[in-house]
Ligand binder design. Structure first.
Ligand code: HEM
Length: 390
C-alpha cells in the first residue's frame, strides 16, 4: 500500500465482497418470492454457498486489515466524519462475520445442513431446534437489514467524497478494473446462481400409472411355519438418509409394524412383511415433513401405507444375509435388497440392516422434484429390529 491508496489486494477484496453481498440480497429475495419449492431450495442453497464464501473472504480481509494500516484520511476531514467512517467500517466488518454465522446457525437449527456449492458439507453447530431456528432467522434478517442500512450510508459518504468534496477518498479504494469486477460478480452470479435451472419435467406418477402398478409387494407373502418375532418397537427403528442440496438429512418412520419370520437355518421358510404408515415421517423440520406429505412425495392421503415384503433370502456368509424383497409405495414397486445381520442371545434377536434405493423408481418426488440436482435419487435406509421369539 502507498500512503494514499489501498493495495490491489484490498481493492479486489472490497469490490468482490461488495458484489457478492448484492448477489446475496438478490438470491434471498428471489427465494422469498418464488412459488416453486425446488427453486426456493436451489436459491437458498446458492445463497448459503455464497454466504460462506463471503465469510471466508471476510477472514482474509480482516487478516489483511490487521497487517496493513489503511491510508490516512484527508487532514481537513471533520472529526465527526473520521469517527463515523471508523464506526461504519468496523460495523461492516463485524456484520460480514455475524450475518453468515447467524445464517449457518439457522440452517443447523432447522436440520438443513450447509453444503458449500455441493462440494463440502459443513458441520452443524447446534442440534435441530425449531425455537432456536426462529431466533437465528430473526437475528439474520435484522443484521441483514442493518447491513443494508450501513452499506447505503457508506455508499452515500463515498459518493459525497467523490462528487462534493472531490478529495480522492473514493478513488483510493477503486479502479476501473475493480468496479468492473463488482459488476461482473453480480451479473455472472445472477446468471449462474439465480436464473431458473432445467424446466420442470411433467409429473410422472399419475393415477393411471399407479393403478397399473398393483404389485408383488401388495400381495401378502406366502405363509410360513417359522415363529413370528415379538418386536419391541420402542427399541427398533427404520431410518432413512437422503441428500438435499449437497447436505445429508435424516428421517425416521415413526409408525410401522412388521411380521418377521426368519431363521438362518431355514431361509426357504423365512418371510418379511413390513407395513409403514407414510403419514408418520419425521425429518426434524416441519416444512420438510409437510412437503413429504404432498402428492409429489408420499401422498399419505391417497396412499397411507407402504409395504416391504420378502420371501427370498440368501446367505452372504460371515453372518450376513440378504432379503431380496419388493418395496411398494404409492402403488409403484421396486426390488429392494436388505442386507442384514442377526445377533441372537437366547430367545432375543436383534436384526440390523441396510438397503439402498432409488426414490424415482418408486415415484417418490415427482414433477419438479425429479430434478436430482437438489434432492438425491439415492436414499439409504437403516433398520434395527429388536425382538423375542415366542
Ligand atoms: C453476508 C452474507 C449474507 C447476507 C447479506 C444474507 C442476507 C440475507 C437476507 C437479506 C435474507 C432475507 C431475510 C428476510 O428478509 O427474510 C436472508 C435469508 C436467509 N439466509 Fe442469508 N445472508 C447471508 C449469509 C447467509 C449464510 C452464510 C447462510 C447459511 C449458511 C444464510 C442462510 C439464509 C437462509 C436459510 C435464509 C432464509 C430464511 C427463511 O426465510 O427461511 N445466509 N439472508
Amino acid at each position: 500500500m502507498t500512503n494514499t491508496h489501498y493495495t490491489s489486494t484490498a481493492k479486489i477484496l472490497h469490490w468482490l465482497v461488495a458484489g457478492l453481498i448484492v448477489l446475496q440480497f438478490v438470491l434471498a429475495k428471489l427465494a422469498e418470492n418464488t412459488d416453486s419449492p425446488v427453486r426456493e431450495l436451489a436459491l437458498l442453497a446458492n445463497h448459503k454457498s455464497v454466504g460462506i464464501t463471503i465469510l471466508a473472504l471476510a477472514v482474509v480481509r480482516i487478516l489483511w486489515r490487521f497487517r496493513n494500516k489503511a491510508p490516512a484520511l484527508p487532514a481537513n476531514m471533520p472529526r465527526w466524519q473520521v469517527l463515523s467512517s471508523h464506526v461504519s467500517h468496523w460495523t461492516l466488518y463485524a456484520l460480514l462475520f455475524l450475518i453468515p454465522l447467524s445464517g449457518w446457525l439457522m440452517s443447523s437449527a432447522s436440520a438443513y445442513s450447509v453444503s458449500w456449492f455441493n462440494l463440502i458439507q459443513l458441520p452443524d453447530f447446534v442440534a435441530p431446534n425449531p425455537d432456536l431456528k426462529e431466533t437465528f432467522e430473526e437475528i439474520h434478517e435484522l443484521l441483514a437489514n442493518l447491513l443494508a442500512a450501513v452499506a447505503l450510508l457508506h455508499i452515500a459518504a463515498a459518493l459525497k467524497h467523490a462528487i462534493i468534496d472531490k478529495d480522492g477518498v473514493l478513488s483510493r479504494m477503486s479502479s476501473t478494473a475493480t468496479v468492473a469486477l463488482f459488476a461482473a460478480v453480480i451479473v455472472l452470479g445472477v446468471y449462474a446462481l439465480a436464473l431458473p435451472g432445467k424446466p420442470a419435467p411433467a409429473a410422472t406418477s399419475s393415477a393411471s400409472d399407479t393403478e397399473t402398478a398393483a404389485s408383488a409387494a401388495d400381495e401378502p407373502v406366502a405363509s410360513s411355519t417359522l415363529p413370528v418375532w415379538n418386536i419391541d418397537y420402542e427399541a427398533s427403528f427404520i431410518h432413512f438418509t437422503g441428500d438435499q442440496a449437497g447436505a445429508e438429512f435424516d428421517g425416521v418412520w415413526q409408525d410401522w409394524d412388521a411380521k418377521l419370520q426368519f431363521s438362518p437355518d431355514d431361509l426357504a421358510s423365512s418371510r418379511f412383511d413390513v407395513t409403514i404408515r407414510t403419514a408418520a415421517v419425521e425429518t426434524q423440520d416441519d416444512d420438510r415433513d409437510a412437503t413429504l406429505s404432498d402428492p409429489e412425495w408420499f401422498d399419505p392421503k391417497n396412499y397411507p401405507e407402504a409395504h416391504y415384503r420378502a420371501s427370498r433370502f440368501s446367505d452372504n456368509g460371515n453372518g450376513e444375509f440378504v432379503a431380496h424383497g419388493q418395496l411398494s409405495i404409492k402403488g409403484n414397486t421396486a426390488p429392494v435388497d436388505l442386507v442384514f445381520t442377526v445377533d441372537s442371545s437366547g430367545d432375543e434377536r436383534v436384526l440390523t440392516g441396510n438397503a439402498e434405493l432409488l426414490r424415482l423408481d418408486l415415484g417418490v418426488g415427482t414433477g419438479e422434484w425429479e430434478d436430482t440436482d437438489w434432492v438425491s435419487n439415492e436414499v439409504s435406509v437403516a433398520v434395527r429390529v429388536s425382538a423375542n421369539l415366542p
